[in-house]
Design a protein around this ligand. Structure first.
Ligand code: FMN
Length: 357
């Protein structure tokens, strides 16, 4: 399929189409990343939720499934951040994505190794700061996006950031089809990035019980932001567990966090001392209040129960509002081919020049 949807993003990331699959904890695994890359997009492996010691194996798994370049997402506050950084460099990973986190020295180290640095931001001031720290490309995530999210919708944040920075900008938050891509390009973005839409593909590892709940969601207002889980604004499909958490008293929520911290620590291979060190790092990072640090363990335990075990009532389902307009699973191949076809159709209808598709 010929396409002049080719943008600078394709050159920087080494992909055929300007369509990015973003990192999602417990979702963006080797299979989803490789399926995206083989379909002409660019996938980010979610390394922040891979157990210490298993990150390199996951990268090798991606390489066994695709010969295309791919990316890795990480958090500086994850206990094995150095292990992930070393693996990214030694495996010559094409790009990294991150949120709050790496300082200018770490970004410099990645860039010196030829890694494209592509943070996700939810506010214009964060975009400016990210570029000052060395970002090569910025992904904006509008408030409608899934996972931790900001307050500014894509329609406002995208032009704001396009005006504020001189690096290529990628649009995320509510993107799902060829109309999204055509609109983002018309705005001046270099491409689109999608989380929820890729979560809802037949290449996604999410358990069937959870997928069914995502597909059934049809009211964007019920895919809403709460701070009840880890103290930070994060968007979920409303369900029994979310309502239960929100109704809990603070002492009850803290007691639950303590139980979750123990089980999450065991799973991550951390003893009590390592857990205390991690808590101290979070508490002193300047970004997290004490309550956020104490509640942080709720997230991995409850999200795994929802997404990995497929318990859509007692676990949590992080999601963008766009899940409300998605009602079927496609493979990454079908999804990206459709997006490209629709985007070309839209651009042609507008009189924009496109290659014969
Ligand atoms: C289930 C889920 C898990 C996510 N986990 C992460 C994560 O671990 N790291 C991260 O940087 N962003 C994470 N995000 C945010 C996505 O990478 C992406 O920015 C967002 O989904 C874009 O909005 P959309 O859902 O409307 O496409 C997550 C999103 C979802 C839906």
């Amino acid at each position: 399929m010929a396409s002049d949807l080719h943008t600078i993003l394709c050159d920087r990331l080494g992909c055929r189409f300007p369509v990015v699959q973003t990192a999602m904890g417990w979702v963006a695994d080797a299979r989803l990343v490789a399926a995206t890359c083989n379909a002409g997009g660019f996938g980010f492996l979610a390394a922040a939720t891979i157990e210490p010691g298993k990150v390199e194996a996951a990268m090798r798994d991606v390489k066994a499934r695709t010969n295309k370049p791919f990316g890795v997402n990480f958090h500086m506050f994850q206990p094995n951040a150095e292990e992930v950084l070393e693996a990214i460099i030694s495996h010559k990973v094409r790009a990294v994505s991150y949120g709050r986190g790496p300082d200018a020295r770490t970004i410099g180290r990645l860039k010196a190794a030829g890694v494209v640095c592509m943070p996700t931001v939810g506010a214009v001031r964060h975009a400016v700061k990210a570029v000052e720290l060395g970002a090569d490309i910025v992904t904006i995530q509008g408030a409608e996006g899934g996972g931790h999210t900001g307050a500014v919708p894509t329609t406002i944040l995208l032009p704001q950031v396009l005006d504020a920075v001189s690096v290529p900008v990628v649009a995320a938050g509510g993107m799902c089809d060829g109309r999204s891509l055509a609109a983002a390009l018309a705005w001046g973005a270099a491409g689109i990035a999608m989380g929820t839409r890729f979560l809802l593909t037949s290449d996604s590892p999410v358990a069937r019980g959870a997928l069914d709940r995502y597909l059934a969601a049809d009211d964007p207002a019920l895919i809403r932001v709460t701070t009840a889980v880890d103290g930070l604004p994060q968007r979920f499909i409303e369900n029994d567990e979310l309502r239960r958490l929100e109704a809990m008293s603070l002492p009850a929520r803290l007691a639950m966090s303590a139980r979750h911290a123990l089980s999450w620590g065991r799973q991550a291979g951390l003893g009590p001392l390592a857990m205390a060190r991690l808590g101290l790092r979070l508490a002193t990072s300047g970004d997290n209040s004490f309550a956020q640090t104490v509640m942080a363990p709720n997230l991995p335990v409850l999200v795994q129960r929802g997404m990995v075990e497929g318990d859509a009532d007692h676990g949590l389902l992080p999601s963008g509002q766009v899940a409300a307009v998605i009602d079927r699973l496609e493979s990454c191949e079908e999804l990206i081919a459709r997006i490209v076809r629709e985007a070309n159709e839209r651009l042609r209808a507008l009189g924009a020049p496109t290659a014969a598709g």
